[in-house]
Design a protein around this ligand. Structure first.
Ligand code: GLC
Ligand code: CA
Length: 557
């Protein structure tokens, strides 16, 4: 496969609202990020992905954009962004921005014009349908609860919004709209950015039948009439031709509804479409019947099976992107690790795992500190539209308060959106003003300043691990072979290539685990337990994770 910077790079995701507040208004901003440029560089990451920083009324924290080429006032100015890009580039870090073009804000001038009358020239830039039997055109649901259709009193027609009513879906069937999007993308490349993370890219093309979802057909299942719709590949190829060609940039699509099979059609190297995508199979692992608000424990055997399927399924044909969390998901240490007794160990173990897989690894802000979920006692302390809507809907349906709050405390997107924990000082060092969302009370012990000073911290381990990945290209380009498939505690695999054979073992449990291979014939290279660990032993301590070099062919025990 072709070698390139975005395959060898490690991505650090920044949620600007919650990263660093430079002016004391309680909201993270671009200057705040710039003051942390050295910190970001010290992590050993190569690419920063910024969540949306564009003008937005913030119904969905910037995913409802009212101007694609202006900066959200609370975040700063275009000059601040240009300065940040320059400061990161000077440190050898590339900058990827969010591209949110499945929908705009309802306050975007395009939509204002579109809704103004049936014969507005922009009417067709959005998806308008007449009422059906006095109600919405079909049974599609919004991702944030309720119908996906909103009736507009001006004309009596309904517009589609797969997310909030403040996020009307654009009509990708319209060629003028597509041209406007491509031109906007090219202007961003001219401003020096290095790529786009494309929001819900698999939803761009809607099946023209606008048929109802069938009973039991999941909202983001691959068969839903707006997931991997009939013209998706045509649109993405056109985008590649019209907006991306000639630029050395990376693209990663957020891709609900993806399976290995349909993913290969979107990111296969021979397809001329996208470079990478975010699949959701792993993120759905603890959902009951696809409902994220109904949760079940994670089954490690299933987790391994999902990861193996993607590692092998894309091998030699397409490139994986690996993430254990982002701004929409619970904190990884609370979900896949143990944020109680083994917080430090398990946070490191998960980072070692994610940084040892084939594909491009993504680290979300605070993951490098082992930041954990934290529940708010009252729903009024939550900010996320998705969480708030779910609360209302579930309570109205009679679900008990404590049950709703339990589900929210685990799954709410606000878990990932609490302020970065920089120090044990006021507001966790996030800024002088009261933060827009409460800090996790554990900041007194879990924070960057304390971890900086502690050689055995999660923070210092990440730095070793990013360096390790750079020094062992087998982790980037090598083959993948899962071992001990059915072991309920151990995640073990081999990576081979680039003249090396590495053996990765992670004990994903709080108990001692038996090693998958005899330790003779291998040299321990890195361990999350540091030098205190007996890394050559045939067993692993709780949450121990290590990588060894294999000298000779040894067979699994
Ligand atoms: C994506 C974003 C999420 C947002 C949604 C609508 O899933 O990651 O934060 O709410 O799209 O834009
Ligand atoms: Ca601010």
């Amino acid at each position: 496969m072709k070698r390139t910077w975005w395959k060898e790079g490690i991505v650090y995701q920044i949620y600007p609202r919650s990263f660093m507040d430079s002016n004391g208004d309680g909201i993270g901003d671009l200057r705040g990020i710039e003051t942390k440029a050295d910190y970001i560089a010290s992590l050993g990451v190569d690419i920063v992905w910024l969540n949306p920083v564009y003008s937005s009324p913030n119904r969905d924290n910037g995913y409802d954009i009212s101007d694609y080429e202006a900066i959200m006032e609370e975040f700063g100015t275009m000059a601040d962004l240009e300065s940040l890009i320059e400061v990161l580039h000077r440190r050898g870090i590339r900058v990827v921005m969010d591209l949110v073009v499945n929908h705009t804000s309802d306050l975007h001038p395009w939509f204002r014009e579109s809704r103004s009358s049936k014969d507005s020239p922009k009417r067709d830039w959005y998806i308008w349908k007449p009422a059906k039997a006095g109600g919405p055109p079909n049974n599609w649901k919004s991702c944030f609860t309720g119908s996906a259709w909103e009736r507009d009193s001006r004309t009596g027609d309904y517009y589609l919004h797969l997310f909030d009513p403040g996020q009307p879906d654009l009509n990708w069937e319209n060629p003028e709209l597509r041209r406007a999007v491509y031109a906007m993308m090219r202007r961003w490349f001219a401003r020096g950015i290095d790529g786009f993370r494309m929001d819900v890219v698999t939803l761009f093309s809607k099946d023209p039948s606008y048929r109802d979802l069938m009973p039991g057909e999941g909202m983001f299942s691959g068969t839903a009439p707006y997931v991997y719709g009939p013209r998706l590949h045509e649109f993405i190829r056109e985008m590649r031709r019209e907006a991306l060609s000639g630029f050395d940039v990376m693209t990663v699509g957020e891709a609900p509804g993806s399976t290995v099979e349909n993913a290969l059609e979107l990111v296969g190297e021979d397809r001329g479409e996208l470079d990478m995508l975010f699949q959701f199979e792993l993120m759905g692992i603890d959902h009951v019947d696809g409902d994220k608000w109904r949760q079940r424990p994670i089954d490690l055997v299933e987790m391994k099976r999902i990861i193996e399927r993607w590692q092998l399924g894309l091998a030699g044909r397409a490139w994986n992107s690996n993430y254990l969390m982002n701004h929409d998901q619970p904190r990884s240490v609370s979900r896949f690790g143990d944020d109680g007794c083994f917080r430090t160990e398990s946070a490191k173990a998960l980072l070692l795992l994610n940084l040892s897989l084939g594909g491009t690894p993504y680290i979300y802000q605070g993951e490098e500190l082992g930041m954990a979920n934290a529940a708010f006692d009252s729903i009024s302390d939550y900010r996320d539209v998705d969480t708030l809507n779910y609360y209302k809907e579930a309570r109205a349906a009679g679900v008990a308060e404590d049950e709703v709050m339990r589900s929210i405390s685990y799954m709410s997107r606000d878990n990932a959106r609490r302020p970065m924990q920089w120090s044990a000082g006021r507001n966790a060092g996030f800024g002088s003003g009261l933060p827009w969302i409460g800090v996790n009370p554990d900041y007194m012990t879990v924070n960057a300043e304390a971890e900086e000073a502690d050689p055995s911290s999660v923070l210092n381990f990440v730095r070793s691990m990013t360096r390790f990945r750079k020094e062992h290209k087998v982790l980037v380009y090598g083959s993948f072979e899962l071992l001990a498939h059915d072991d309920p505690k151990l995640f073990a695999f081999l990576r081979e290539g680039e003249g090396e054979r590495l053996f990765v073992e992670v004990n994903m449990s709080g108990d001692v685990a038996k090693a998958a291979m005899p330790s003779s014939g291998m040299t321990p290279l890195i361990s999350n337990l540091g030098s205190s660990a007996n890394t050559a032993a045939d067993r692993l301590e709780p949450w121990e994770a290590r990588i060894s070099a294999l000298h000779r062919v040894s067979s699994p025990v």
